[in-house]
Design a protein around this ligand. Sequence first.
Ligand code: CTP
Ligand code: MG
Length: 249
Amino acid sequence: MPDSSRPIRTAAVIPAAGRGVRLGPGAPKALRALGGTPMLVHAVRAMAASRAVSLVVVVAPPDGAPEVRSLLDEHPLGGRTELVVVPGGETRQDSVRRGLAVLPDDTDVVLVHDAARPLVPVDTVDAVIAAVRAGAPAVVPALPLADTVKQVEPRSPGEPEPVTGTPERALLRAVQTPQGFDRETLLKAHETVAVEGEGATDDAGLVERLGAPVVVVPGHEEAFKVTRPLDLVLAEAVLARRRATDGYV
Ligand code: CTP
Ligand code: MG
């Protein structure tokens, strides 16, 4: 039972251990610069911007934890947010699990946020936290799709692929992060749900397999994931606009 005499403690886990293969050759994606500052630093600040978040756990590339620690020390948060760095694993799911493993026992609400979504607005972060605090065990920010989606029989790259179906677009949502969870629920999902191969790309998906309810709240266009080179162009443009209009650093 949660102890109602102490404040709810919210922590954010930021998986940042990926290589960023789709972005092309270079440093690990989270360490690449956006407006002169590493993407990871923007992502950490985006979580710390929420007054509710008292701890941020960064999951660094497996052999890069000391480097990430000193990088973050060079960009201090300036608030009271505690920062912990742990080494990541082979898959995103592995990396998230390693981050969850160091959360203090008194953590109630956990956010899991991709380092690759450096520009998520604090209002989106707060809306996710609020929905978890209101009783949803798993909360996902998401947006309606612009493109129609086809299901196919995958073939080798470049080969025509037979279409097997067209889900109704109005029923689909593209999910973002931070995803928010009741900590017990997320730990149980990571401990009990086994996923083959590449692992889960989405923590809420694990909770769904557990059979627990997952809800969607409105996401934000600026919470897009930097995945391919064109996304970097868009991120630089969003950042430049923010710096020009609201003094964002
Ligand atoms: N991630 C991680 N550990 C891994 C793989 C991914 O912590 N072993 C993190 C990434 O650093 C990123 C987030 O999970 O912040 C979302 O993954 P994605 O956008 O796929 O990033 P990468 O795996 O780095 O990119 P790619 O798939 O193009 O290599
Ligand atoms: Mg990946």
